[in-house]
Ligand binder design. Sequence first.
Ligand code: AMP
Ligand code: MG
Length: 491
Amino acid sequence: MKDKDIIITKCVELENTYSNLPEKLYSRQKPSDSPSPKLVIFNDSLADDLGLNKDFLKSKEGVDFLSGNKILEDSTPISESYAGHQFGHFTMLGDGRAVLLGEYISKNGNRYDIQLKGSGVTKYSRGGDGKAALGPMLREYIISEGMNALGIPTTRSLAVVTTGEKVIREKILDGAILTRVASSHIRVGTFQYAANWGSVEELRTLADYTLNRHYKKEDYEGNPYIYLLNEVVDKQASLISKWQLVGFVHGVMNTDNMTISGETIDYGPCAFMDIYDPETVFSSIDTYGRYAYGNQPNIAMWNLARFAESLLPLLDEDEKKAIKLAEKSISNFGNLYKKYWYQGMRKKLGIFNEEEKDKDLIDDLLAIMYKSKADYTNTFRSLTLSKLEGMDIFKMEEFKSWNNLWKERLSRQEEDEEASKRLMEENNPIVIPRNHRVEEALEAATENNDFTVMKSLLDAITRPYDYSNINEYYSMLPKSNGCKYRTYCGT
Ligand code: AMP
Ligand code: MG
């Protein structure tokens, strides 16, 4: 590969601590060239939050940086090694189409990976072209920014550039690169890789790096690796409860797509559920519903068990003791998940304090929603607005009885109706990135080079709790065409 042109600027300073790790964990990798890069979307508010230099990033040289044409002086771009269980099968993977340009320290002092996704072949491409098409990269941009606005931990999207190159999929498509920002890209699969192909010392170095990157030393209690395991279990229980509370279906919860930071990552075949149904699956390849909406908590626990297995040599020298410790930590997932889920559900129903019977009230509402095929988001939205009309569920006798019990429940707390309504507004989105609206935005952008539809959608979904500004267009359900919405992996 020809040597990269270097940008000599102090406009963005990157560090490369990951490349101090054992060499097995990454490979040095410069991004491929993009023949005629063009910035098609840029996230001003994220750049502002991080304190990134927008003028530089939008300049010609900045676009060369975002398209991999030029790299910063002193930068050590790498691709990371990782393995993973994909639909239950263990494989060696790695960044097959991503290059980590470096780590950026934000104005708040937080460290973020700046990664190019779709920037060409790497050591881990396994016969793939290392490239990405415009549609899937815009899709990741839309959904990740929507998730962030919903208050759900996630990797972020800084920019998308088209490369000027075509990529060949089922059709010939415009190539594109997404600039992804993440508090790290360390995955469950990164630990699986280190445990399987590295020495115990290499595994320990990765665990120490992870602890150092994501936790404060003064918070560790006892064995730091048990602390790490417990923290990751807790973070994932909280994350998955947040997905469930908004009806998000990730679609490909392989262990390589689960972060140690607790951020949602890898927006491939994900989508939001319309009608409440635990069996909801969108991904065309998830034939048996392994990653169905209702199965996500179980799968998270399964993935965390794989994480715990990878950590075993660090938990205790005595393997039996290590297994006991791991089992204890993993078995806690269910309780943590339920705690977060019911806490979230109470808020969605405007409930401040806890009563034993709340669980029944919540479970009963979901059962009625299931029976009446109610739209998940709009049911809670209507309850928040006290507009019990326009949906079949509100005509059901079962719902009317439930509604009386709910009103009684609300009257048993100190907070008044106004406070309850505010709590509901803060926890029930008026708008989510609905599949047909996302498709509409992507079609305009990829077929007609019209980004206005995507910008309007982003404007709506990045203010999901703003009840002073209700745009009915984004709450409308798709007109049924008899076909189930299907998503495809973002390759
Ligand atoms: P994903 O489904 O995006 O999580 O990707 C699963 C694995 O396939 C990861 O190792 C990716 O880096 C790799 N991969 C996905 N798309 C490509 C591609 N076009 N070329 C090479 N590797 C890819
Ligand atoms: Mg992935």
